[in-house]
Design a protein around this ligand. Sequence first.
Ligand code: ARE
Ligand code: CA
Length: 747
Amino acid sequence: MQRLNRAMAQLTMLVLVVLLGSLTFFGSTTKPTQAQVSTPRTVFVHLFEWKWTDIAKECENWLGPKGFSAVQVSPPQEHVQGSQWWTRYQPVSYQIQSRSGTRAEFADMVSRCKAVGVDIYVDAVINHMTGVGSGTGVAGSSYTNYNYPGIYQNQDFHHCGRNGTDDISNYQDRWEVQNCELVNLADLATESIHVRSKLAAYLNDLRSLGVAGFRIDAAKHMPVADIADIMSRASNPYIYQEVIDQGGEPITSAEYTPNGDVIEFKYSTNIGRMFKTDKLANMSNFGTAWGFLPSDSAVVFTDNHDNQRGHGGAGNVVTFKDGSLYNLANVFALAWPYGYPQVMSSYNFSNGDQGPPSSNVYANGSNTPDCGGNNWVCEHRWRGIANMVSFRNYTSSAFSTSNWWSNGNNQISFSRGSLGFVAINREGNNLTRTFATGLPAGTYCDVMHGDFSNGACSGPTVTVDNAGNATITVNAMEAVALHGGAKLGGVVPTATVINPTATSVVPTATPIAGSVPVNFNVNATTNLGQNVYVVGNIAALGSWNTANAILLSSANYPIWSGTINLPANTAIEYKYIKKDSAGAVTWESIANRSFTTPGSGSATRNETWNVTGSNSSTATPVPATATPIPATATPIPATATPIPATATPSGSIGINFNVNATTVWGQNVYMVGNVAGLGSWNTANAVLLSSASYPVWSSTLNLPANTAIEFKYIKKDGSGNVTWESGTNRSFTTPSSGILTRNDSWQ
Ligand code: ARE
Ligand code: CA
């Protein structure tokens, strides 16, 4: 399973199909963008601190033609004043007005990039507002301690009561990391419905401008369930979460994969270490064998805006300042079949706080970017990095390596099936040898030293013989890269990807000729880190190969669902499996499930883990268009402002609620009670608990101190039916300080 199915499963039931001889599933790290592409787009770039007008031009001039999938942009919301780059990470309001430009410029950028097949991902700062203090933002909004007029007031923030300053001090304490202040930044009470609604409104506003995805800044500082709830209010966009986990953390990156992708920081420090001090010969299994997240969950980079300048838990980081070594590390990252790579694009700096150049990348209406001088570095335009984007796109259907070779030291080469080949020489001497490339015979452009366009190569070529061998010289500290999309005399045919809709439009399963959509729904409880997949006897179900099993969506946990296009009139055998983040597979212990697909229409399988048979007539099927919250359903009901001004508590207390409650298909457990933070007895505003430790449902809430609370647990199903606990209301009084944990059982 790779990115495509993973990323799409979160927001869609779209099944992307590759027609490659027989019907088979596309399996690579892919973030599809534009309609009817012949190769998917698999690499995005962070244009750190670029202005919106410059990004629009860069999409048109470079990123679209070179095949980039998307741009991560710096936070677009109003921020504090100051010249440092990190002022962008201190929101003052959610107006789209920042150092990078105005709302109109932002909207123009999104639409111009989208027109050339490039999505925009916004860096979403939703854990906090500014540093505690007062001031005026760049759009003129003023703020004081815990008070952002018209947006948030004191009770919308955590006041953790620790360390004298309310700041995080002990990263080994989960509660503290999520409820105290990250470097004095006013920490939002993300368990509050009011806060969730404000954040979702911001994300929905950006989506309405065409934004396709979000980096979730400081995700580790918010509970998994809080992020899940906020995203469900924003129609579950594509997200990748910043959870710094180099090992030894109480909060792990794997916890967050059910919400969407997660940034794998171990990748950055390990690639830096291998290229700087270790040996490339030791990288033949770089990936999950190194304790990384599953490839389909991981966003990766050589360096990011923090660790290239000593912020964000730096370490062994390779950056543009390393010159050709950096180029080689990126060539490896883009050739290597692991994760969804983000290319870093920097500006020159001499101290870690320094803000961006004041000059535009495209100065005064010029169409030539100012790259490589003292201002903007533009790593994404270095030939080796830029041309590896089409290499990765082109080879994405062969998402594995073969022909691994090394000299036992720092010279390596490998193939990507029969579609691509790369050799990297991280040594001081030239390397000449005959390599097994795995490629069909022919003449290939060495895309490290030339550009391929209109069938011609602007640099040296390499000839592959009928046995797939080629004699190549790789100069010291250089690489050679060949792929079938840059072959003279006709490209090597690869998979044709049918991608019927752009990602920002939530796509629905599109049947293809001779196939019928089959809705799989299975009730399966899982342990933390496990996902449920379906695998079976035909290519569309992975041909019994668990590595190619189809990931189901947990949007309606404990029901796992997915719509898969299967050949019509065909006898199918399959089973459900569970896989954990280490790749360990658990099979159902019953006999294979079997059924015959209809000749037309669709089919639905409603089943239970390890229970033979299905019941498609009585259970409510998940419709093929199972979009959880339609984009039009902007979820901020006027009634949902939960904290009346009169109820300002003097302080608030973190309470851990745990309730042991078994549920049936489609039900979730919530709590509702007599204070605003518990929905004021309105079941529509009840607080959803997390089922991560099912049958124990949990949440940590911030409630007013010294207050008599009454509440009950309730169960709600997908149709909104509510089941109340029996007995009298539960009641207790919140303490004036400290933390309280309640362990309850459904009554
Ligand atoms: C600035 C000043 C502070 C000041 C604060 C408030 O530097 O002195 O107190 O403003 O006035 C960025 C900068 C910060 C900056 C902040 C706000 O890096 O220096 O503070 O913006 O302007 C942890 C988090 C992780 C975070 C890193 C930096 O877990 O989420 O710290 N990364 C993101 C962004 C940053 C950004 C923020 C979050 C805040 O990518 O660019 O901060 O929005 C171990 C732990 C990690 C920890 C790491 C560093 O590795 O495991 O969890 O990362 O140490 O502490
Ligand atoms: Ca927090």
